[in-house]
Design a protein around this ligand. Structure first.
Ligand code: GTP
Ligand code: MG
Length: 198
């Protein structure tokens, strides 16, 4: 699946810009700077497909990537939280993200990225609540596992598992990843391949 090129198709600033619902879609959501674009690059085995930055608020559109070999579309999204950009802009893209997440029929799964140093924050929990309410499938992925020490990773894993355990719908197991070191990337590729197979 990831052996053949994945290409950037377009950036969307409104729902009207989105391509037709003709492919299986997966989307990457999470706080600004959590590592969404970096994880997409790691999955695709490149460093520059999705643009990344140290400054929160790098991704400002719904960026669409498509597989050359499979019926798969990958959506990189603006982050929520503390983006360093003008407020009206942040408001506009937050609305777009929410509309997309709860209203897209071809959206098969959302990967909700959470920083492994902190575990889920309030805005992560409210996105998870919204997805549960809209019956959208999601899997939580801890990012930047190379940064915290192992005790803190365990704490974040426990907090994350706890936050999904008490939910009405069941959710796949929590993945631990590092785009920098390649941790968990194969596992995530397998998860995505399994989604396409079912
Ligand atoms: P926005 O588009 O602004 O919402 O951010 P994003 O979630 O797409 O984050 P991005 O991928 O741009 O990464 C943010 C910063 O974190 C960059 O400086 C990355 O190099 C860094 N980063 C991402 N993943 C990892 C990781 O696994 N380990 C480490 N150490 N740094 C990472
Ligand atoms: Mg980004």
């Amino acid at each position: 699946l990831f052996a053949r090129p994945i290409i950037f198709t377009k950036g969307c600033v409104s729902l009207a810009d989105l391509p037709p619902m003709d492919r299986v879609e997966i989307a990457f959501a999470g706080r600004s700077n959590v590592g969404k674009s970096s994880l997409i690059n790691a999955l695709c085995g490149t460093s520059n497909l999705a643009r990344t930055s140290n400054t929160p608020g790098r991704t400002q559109e719904l960026n669409i990537f498509e597989s050359q070999s499979e019926n798969l579309r990958i959506v990189d999204m603006p982050g929520y939280g503390y983006a360093k950009a003008p407020e009206p802009k942040v408001k506009a893209w937050t609305k777009l993200v929410h509309q997309y997440l709860v209203g897209r029929a071809t959206l098969r799964r959302v990967y909700v990225l959470v920083d492994s140093r902190h575990g889920p924050k309030d805005n992560d929990l409210s996105v998870m609540n919204e997805l549960d309410k809209a019956a959208v499938s999601y899997q939580v992925v801890l990012t930047k596992a190379d940064k915290p020490n192992s005790a803190d990773v365990e704490k974040a894993l426990a907090a994350t598992r706890w936050s999904i355990a008490k939910r009405p719908a069941s959710h796949p197991h929590v993945l631990l990843t590092s785009s920098e070191k390649g941790t968990g990337i194969k596992e995530l590729r397998t998860e995505i391949a399994m989604l396409l197979a079912t």
